[in-house]
Design a protein around this ligand. Structure first.
Ligand code: NAD
Length: 365
């Protein structure tokens, strides 16, 4: 079967980590007889340099016609002085909007080989950490009505005030909850839905809607947890979490917290999904200008993002698991990029890490 993948290499280490992920796609294609076709498109600083804008229309058109999109990273000091709408990051927000990607999926998995990078106590981390945060991405307080009313300079002092509004509709809650139910049905069949229902009306509607939907997924257990407790439980007992479903702002904070208890930024993958099968898959790290062009970047986050694409967009669960297994097996041999090296590690560059993981896929039974 043929799969068309739009590749946004982006800036800094973006092209290096994408190249390593494409090697992995090629190995999967060879081993399992799939035909992955890549079309490289411009976004971010690279697009600004060539076309004057961070997200050219042709990029959006090609992404929309593809089966999925792989993104390296965008941005860098070269473009920092530009006005907001012309900066590389505007490309990121633009592509998410253009593809209507309302669900952000962030796994936080403590790989066996990288246990030592976990900042938690050994007795806690040894119970295992394998969490997927399902975060609503296009609603809530980041997109609600906001205003700063300037009342400074009055005779009775500075009475300036500002507000932001958290607003969620039933439909917005339902569509993100459906994603969480679908993901949970392939995993441990448990969702922890995080809200602040003891204070917020929007959270009470969230809770009611999530539970009503439970009737359609009777084999999934849904547990509610207040966000302040969730933040605490993530460090106290992370193994109780499997799928975490939450709103835009709570998810922003909790997904970073969950990610960091699993260690290095160079290994963390993510997906942004909409209604159909098309998704945008990217590492959570940025363009790392400090190491760009030196073959020092860790490509594992991008390779694990590719594994997510195989499973979530193409339904190739066996292939997705094979990529994850290959990553684990290379790391277990203590072969590392410099950012995650330990005592006795064989340190390799970005390109070689990609090659070794690709070879491992071809070798596996
Ligand atoms: P960063 O993630 O690029 O780098 C932070 C630190 O982590 C650096 O020391 C870097 O060398 C290291 N690092 C990151 N990824 C690594 C990898 N794969 N392997 C080894 N080391 C890695 O964050 P930053 O420095 O705050 O941002 C740099 C640029 O990236 C900025 O322009 C920022 O706007 C942009 N950015 C883009 C995205 C994105 O495209 N999604 C996300 C975050 C930041």
């Amino acid at each position: 079967m043929e799969y068309k993948i739009a590749v946004i290499d982006g800036d800094g280490i973006g092209p290096e980590v994408c190249a390593a992920a494409l090697q992995v796609f090629d190995a999967v294609g060879k081993k399992y007889r799939h035909d992955f076709r890549f079309e490289h498109v411009l976004m971010g600083g690279a697009a600004i340099d060539k076309t004057g804008v961070p997200l050219p229309k042709t990029t959006v058109d090609i992404c929309k016609k593809s089966n999925s999109v792989l993104l390296g990273a965008v941005g860098g000091p070269k473009w920092d002085g530009l006005p907001g709408h012309l900066r590389p990051e505007a490309g990121l927000l633009g592509i998410r909007k253009a593809l209507n990607l309302y669900a952000n999926i962030r796994p936080a998995v403590l790989l066996n080989a990288l246990k030592k990078t976990c900042p938690l106590r050994a007795d806690i981390r040894d119970n295992g950490i394998n969490i997927i945060v399902v975060r609503e991405l296009t609603g809530g307080i980041y997109f609600g009505k906001r205003k700063t009313v300037d009342k400074s300079g009055g005779a009775d002092g500075d009475k300036t005030y500002a507000y932001d509004t958290e607003k969620y509709s039933v439909d917005e809650i339902k569509r993100i909850a459906v994603k969480a139910y679908e993901i949970a049905s392939k995993r441990q069949k448990k969702i922890i839905s995080v809200d602040k229902a003891n204070v917020l009306d929007s959270s009470r509607l969230w809770r009611k809607t999530v539970h009503e939907l439970n009737a359609e997924y009777p084999d999934i257990e849904v547990v509610d947890m207040l966000v302040d407790n969730a933040a605490m439980q993530l460090v106290k007992n992370p193994s109780q979490f499997d799928v975490v479903l939450t709103s835009n702002m709570f998810g922003d904070i909790l997904s970073d917290e969950a990610a960091m208890i699993t260690g290095s930024i160079g290994i963390l993958a993510s997906a942004s999904l909409g209604g159909g099968n098309l998704g945008l898959y990217e590492p959570i790290h940025g363009s790392a200008p400090d190491i760009a062009g030196q073959d020092k970047a860790n490509p594992v986050a991008t390779i694990l993002s590719a594994a997510m694409m195989l499973g979530m967009s193409f339904g190739l669960d066996r292939e997705s698991a094979a990529v994850e297994a290959a990553v684990n097996s290379v790391l277990e041999k203590n072969i590392r990029t410099a950012d995650i090296k330990e005592a006795g590690s064989t340190v390799v560059g970005c390109k070689e890490m990609g090659t070794l993981i690709a070879e491992e896929i071809l070798k596996a039974h």
